[in-house]
Design a protein around this ligand. Sequence first.
Ligand code: AHG
Ligand code: MN
Ligand code: MN
Length: 358
Amino acid sequence: MFTPRRTTVSKFLIEQLKNSPDGQALAALLIDVTAAIKAISAVATKGALEGNVGSLTTTNVQGEVQKPLDVLTHEIMLHHNEWSGLIAGMASEELEQPYDIPAEYQRGRYLLMFDPLDGSSNIDFNVAVGTIFSVLDHGKDSVPAEADYLQPGRRQVAAGYAIYGPATVMVLTVGQGAHGFTLDREIGNFILTHPNLRVPEETDQFAINASNERFWEPPMQRYVEECKAGKSGPRERDFNMRWIASMVADVHRILIRGGVFSYPRDEKNKNGRLRLMYEANPMALLIEQAGGAASTGRGRLLDEQPQALHQRVPVVLGSKSEVERIEQYHREFDAGTDKPFVSPLFNERSLFRKEARA
Ligand code: AHG
Ligand code: MN
Ligand code: MN
């Protein structure tokens, strides 16, 4: 329904940032990011018409086979943002080293990091994918070294994601709540449709790739086993499970419906699967801004000190009480007090137990 008083993302950002030092530059930067997202939305939703399905023969820095859209969306993000004079440098999931702003453009003080296409394994069969981004303050316009990017997530000055589903929706924060905007394709504007998102407190949903269950640590096994036990188990109520394999879609559902999302560490992925700087940190900031919690299982995610641009991290995020419960299970396990959870699988026979206590 069209009303002349709709709030566009530009108006929203300019107003939210009007009293912050350098706020208008940050607003302008984020408006450029939304322009890139609109371009990505246009190509992503054309699917096979534009040849955007199938795989390439190239791999990215993580050794993952790239899709045509991984590469195209990465280039869209770079080229929509390099010219503005607002950015000191960029880092992308698809690029091993940080991207230096070309000499013909001016630099600014911000660092922009992104996963240009999240959930790309879903592209071929038309399931929702997205873009995730994070903005840090470099504080000066000199060429940043890789170390300048390695700031803990609590120092993000802005973060957000877009989800390309039946509608394209962008959720962002500049540290004053998490707000959702829906793309009006006819007009070409993002319109504020979900102001002040709040993660619902009560939840009966969990999201995890259960095929990894045998590789998880005991605290995660315990949590999921208790959820699955439903009414007849210690939780005394039934839970439902969802796993889309696009973090953007799983996190978006949690912001709207509540629940907990986890990609924990396991025996195969010792640091989890998700990337700290451009997947976990921006989502953690959004979830905290919406009243939820985000953890590694053993501490606040936003306090994690990054050691490398592409490092992975275990992720547990969503409704606060569930995240706290999972942290408690980790504490009890590490302290050896996780009785009455005494299944032999989770104690003497566990590889993790020895490791965690060592
Ligand atoms: P990407 O497409 O950027 O590599 O990210 C995919 C991520 C994330 O979106 C999702 O939650 C997870 O990988 C899915 O992993 P599994 O395939 O192990 O389920
Ligand atoms: Mn991703
Ligand atoms: Mn990706």
